[in-house]
Design a protein around this ligand. Structure first.
Ligand SMILES: [Fe+2]
Ligand SMILES: [Fe+2]
Length: 290
């Protein structure tokens, strides 16, 4: 059950919920809901996590792939899920489950192929860059977690898919925003559509993303409202703005990658997370190596 008190007071949740219900966006898989509470505790029993992960062979396999990736520099490959759960920790496992279930959910939706292709091209690129930027900033800002930053990038435009499933005409709004070089949120308002950032916020809440991340998602087109954000949520928002800028730098042809960030907005975001031009260049170098 989602708690709509406090942070959601000013959202037209009834309308967003009606929209999501009307197109039957699948909710998070039961396994994720069952594991959520368990994974939120840092001292969750790895044996219990492993037995729950074992209920889904694809997820169990994915967990092993992650732990055996070069990132973990293990001498011997790991074949036990319980051992993988110990090595990775609950947070990484939760992030892997959310990301894989979310991808599966979106690929099951009936949406125009070219749109979906562009959506993934943008979201995966932003997610990857969010992770790299967060890793770079983590040493100086411990409230930033790179797995959470990745999920933020993955979910931030999920509202577009929902709006697209509802009505193919939504593509016209996206194209118009691109042609006019206009913030998509403004075009959505003109076309009397729900803001995709609000829809993505709602989804990120039901999928269990952290409060700071989902608030950053909600404000990713309204930086002026971000003044009310907590320092951690503000850091995530800044990372998202920087990542969108970098993603366009490497892929100018993205359909909706350029969500119209002014130079001023990017500089302000960098300042808010104490990111220097040297840091930015280092992130760019890392991205070229990927
Ligand atoms: Fe975006
Ligand atoms: Fe967006």
């Amino acid at each position: 059950m989602i708690d709509f008190a406090g942070e959601d007071k000013d959202l037209d949740l009834a309308l967003i919920k009606q929209l999501i219900d009307s197109i039957h966006i699948p909710s998070p898989p039961q396994l994720l809901l069952d594991l959520r509470e368990l994974l939120q505790s840092e001292d969750a029993d790895p044996e219990v996590i492993a037995s729950m992960l074992g209920r889904d062979s694809a997820l169990a396999a994915k967990t092993l792939t992650i732990v055996n990736s070069p990132l973990y520099k293990l001498k011997e490959p790991v074949s036990s899920i319980a051992r993988a759960a110990v090595l990775l920790g609950p947070r990484i496992i939760q992030s892997a489950i959310i990301s894989s279930a979310f991808r599966e959910m979106v690929s099951g939706l009936i949406v125009e192929k070219s749109f979906l292709h562009e959506y993934w091209r943008h979201s995966l690129s932003v997610a990857e860059i969010c992770k790299v930027v967060a890793e770079r900033l983590h040493a100086a800002n411990r409230s930033i977690n790179s797995n959470d930053a990745y999920l933020m990038g993955l979910f931030h435009d999920a509202g577009m898919v929902v709006l697209m499933v509802k009505d193919n005409q939504y593509l016209q709004s996206i194209l118009r925003s691109k042609a006019l070089y206009e913030n998509l949120a403004n075009v959505e308002a003109e076309d009397s559509l729900i803001n995709h950032a609000d829809v993505a916020y709602f989804m990120s809440k039901s999928w269990g993303l952290s409060g700071d991340v989902r608030r950053a998602i909600r404000y990713h087109h309204g930086a002026q409202d971000a003044l009310a954000l907590s320092p951690a949520a503000d850091s995530y928002l800044s990372i998202l703005i920087i990542a969108e800028y970098l993603s366009v730098l490497y892929d100018e042809e993205q359909m909706f990658g350029l969500e119209f960030r002014s130079q001023q907005e990017i500089m302000a975001a960098m300042q808010r997370v104490n990111m220097s031009i040297v840091d930015l260049k280092k992130v760019q170098a890392t991205l070229l190596d990927l």
